[in-house]
Design a protein around this ligand. Structure first.
Ligand code: CP
Length: 320
């Protein structure tokens, strides 16, 4: 595997899940693969889980790891070609990327949507430059539009906890004070469409996700109706994807607190498990009572980030 961006990059999902459970049984069994190999993890944005779980995954595989916080200690990077570089940006990404590539065997990059241009964000301008110019395999650690390591961990968690062969999984928008990217819901939708689940998306009008991610999912604007009989509730905020009104891209259109997942919402489900990728704003996205309930999977879900990252790095090492 040279690029990990979409669910299709993993090939057959059942095989990938079996590999994840094999890794989980003994996460150090593939140490020989990473000997004298280096993973470079590049962060343009903050992280707790991705940073720690991916480092741990690389160490599980016997790799050396370098972590670079681009905004803390590196030269400020220009990303646009043709710009006269007379501002505070000292280095161009077009030199920085091949230089970074020369120090490692595999590169992970986190670079969020900037909301400056929907076109640039949805074309994955930054990540595609790493793919093109680094000369190394690249995996997405949350880009402008997708967060595949998270979605793979979410799928592993659903597989572990499901009580029926084909559970009902609901992705629900929930309120948040700031404008958040669509990467997590986009990826979650993409992965759930590929998995064997009954998948429903619910959100207020105006928050329609890009059709390339919605796929065949059922979209239900009545949140309570969507929750009825659900086995898993996956809550997440996202800003306006700009599908119906491009001029609203990246805007917060609603902070309607009636969408906060509380016990009344969970009561209409099939004793559903609650999921969220974290970090989460308590009593905006979900109440204290729901996130602290025995049905909350937020901690095992985060723990599975180590497993999803180990499988992805293992696949990349095997293909070097
Ligand atoms: N879920 C997730 O990616 O967490 P971080 O932003 O802390 O890495």
């Amino acid at each position: 595997m040279r690029v990990f961006q979409n669910v299709q990059d993993l090939g057959d999902l059942k095989t990938a899940l079996a590999e994840a459970f094999e890794v989980k049984k003994d996460r150090f069994q593939f140490q020989h693969l990473g000997k004298n190999k280096t993973a470079l993890l590049i962060f343009f944005n903050n992280s707790l889980r991705t940073r720690l779980s991916t480092q741990k995954a690389a160490m599980n595989l016997g790799m050396n790891v370098i972590v670079l916080d681009v905004n803390q200690g590196a030269w400020k990077l220009e990303t646009e070609r043709g710009v006269i570089m007379d501002s505070d940006k000292s280095e161009h990404l077009l030199e920085a990327i091949p230089v970074m590539g020369s120090y490692c065997d595999i590169i992970g990059v986190r670079s969020f949507a900037t909301f400056e241009s929907r076109k640039d964000d949805y074309e994955e301008k930054i990540l595609n430059q790493f793919i093109k110019y680094s000369g190394k395999p690249v995996f997405f650690m949350e880009s402008a539009t997708v967060h595949p390591l998270q979605s793979f961990a979410d799928l592993i968690t659903i597989e572990e906890y499901k009580k029926t062969a084909r559970p009902k999984v609901v992705l629900s928008w929930a309120p948040h004070p700031k404008a958040l990217p669509q990467a997590v819901p986009n990826s979650f939708a993409q992965w759930m469409n590929a998995a064997d689940v009954d998948f429903v998306i619910t959100h207020p009008e105006g928050y329609e996700l890009d059709p390339m991610f919605v796929g065949d999912a059922k979209v239900e604007y009545d949140q309570m109706k969507a929750f009825e009989g659900a086995d898993f509730i996956y809550a997440k905020n996202w800003s306006c994807p700009g599908v119906t009104r491009p001029e609203d891209y990246g805007k917060v259109l609603s902070k309607d607190m009636s969408w906060t997942v509380d016990e009344a919402h969970m009561a209409v489900t099939n004793n559903a498990y609650f999921m969220h990728c974290l970090p989460v704003r308590r009593n905006m996205i979900v109440t204290d009572d729901v996130i602290e309930s025995p049905q909350s999977l937020v901690i095992p879900e985060a723990a599975n980030r180590e497993i999803s990252a180990t499988v992805v790095l293992k696949r990349m090492l095997e293909a070097l």
